[in-house]
Ligand binder design. Structure first.
Ligand SMILES: O=c1[nH]cnc2c1ncn2[C@@H]1O[C@H](COP(=O)(O)OP(=O)(O)O)[C@@H](O)[C@H]1O
Length: 262
């Protein structure tokens, strides 16, 4: 068993531990991206694989803390999914994949008692996944608060090295990236060689992102020495960010105050 991993029985026997459950929803699809690239599987980690963008800016799967004195792992996960996705799910014990101690870097693991994360996967029909995506932005009580939006995990690779590699280079909560990688392999959604290549590209993407962040920081630090913008412009939002799936972005930055040097 990998380090930190526990059997379900061992995890449940840890009376002093906190427990959190998360699920990856996914389905097969015949849809083609731009009419040519096979999307193959839609994964909802919240996922999606579908995942979700959380309130803290990290990617994670839908789910949350479960109180074992009041509910089972699966009932607690179902309750969290209703809040986050706006859909009542019946999560079964057979959907359980693994349990493990949260890594020290997890938001909740620095505080005692220790946190155990339980991971589940659930295969659905494409129509059901689409209904979840709709409910997540219409009826889910957590939308716009704890959850900022559902995200489909791109499993394809584009010629420029984007797709899965770009997705994996984002920041994930706790061991969510490991859960995603492990599941992609276990369910044969991505071949090991493809995953190895995507991870190698992700490292290069991250190195480029570090350089861009350093340059952005230097620019912002330089600006803090300049006179302030006029009050009419402070606090207004000029930046739209879209997670792109097209070779050319279709959301434009529109800033009426921008000078060519901005
Ligand atoms: O997708 C995930 N995979 C693994 N661990 C996660 C994931 N999302 C959150 N966690 C961990 O579980 C803890 C509780 O999860 P979450 O923040 O979803 O709970 P909540 O919705 O009940 O507030 C988090 O503090 C984090 O350490």
């Amino acid at each position: 068993m990998a380090s930190g991993q526990l059997s379900r029985a061992e995890a449940l026997a840890c009376s002093g531990c906190r427990h959190a459950c998360h699920v990856m929803l996914y389905c097969d699809t015949n849809t083609l991206l731009f009419g040519s690239i096979p999307i193959r599987h839609i994964v909802l980690p919240l996922l999606l694989p579908q995942m979700q963008m959380r309130f803290d800016g990290l990617l994670g799967f839908p789910g949350g803390f479960v109180n074992l004195s009041e509910e089972s792992l699966e009932a607690g996960l179902g309750r969290e999914l209703l809040e986050e996705l706006g859909v009542a799910f019946q999560i079964l014990e057979e959907d359980h994949v693994d349990s493990c101690f949260a890594p020290a870097s997890s938001p909740a693991s620095s505080t005692s008692p220790r946190l155990i994360t339980h991971f589940y996967t659930k295969k659905m029909e494409e129509g059901q996944i689409r209904a979840v995506e709709t409910a997540a932005v219409t009826t889910a009580t957590d939308h716009g608060q704890e959850v900022l939006g559902m995200v489909r995990v791109p499993l394809h690779s584009t010629k420029g090295g984007g797709g899965l590699a770009s997705f994996l280079s984002h920041s994930f909560v706790g061991n969510a990236r490991f859960q995603l990688l492990h599941t992609l392999l276990r369910l044969h959604l991505v071949a090991p060689e493809e995953l190895r290549e995507a991870l190698a590209r992700s490292l290069k993407i991250q190195a480029r992102a570090s350089e861009e962040l350093r340059a952005a920081l230097a620019r912002v630090e330089g600006k803090t020495n300049l006179p302030h913008h006029s009050p009419a412009h402070t606090g207004s939002a000029h930046l739209w960010i879209s997670i792109r799936h097209k070779p050319k972005g279709f959301h434009q930055r529109i800033d009426p105050t921008a000078t060519p040097a901005d």
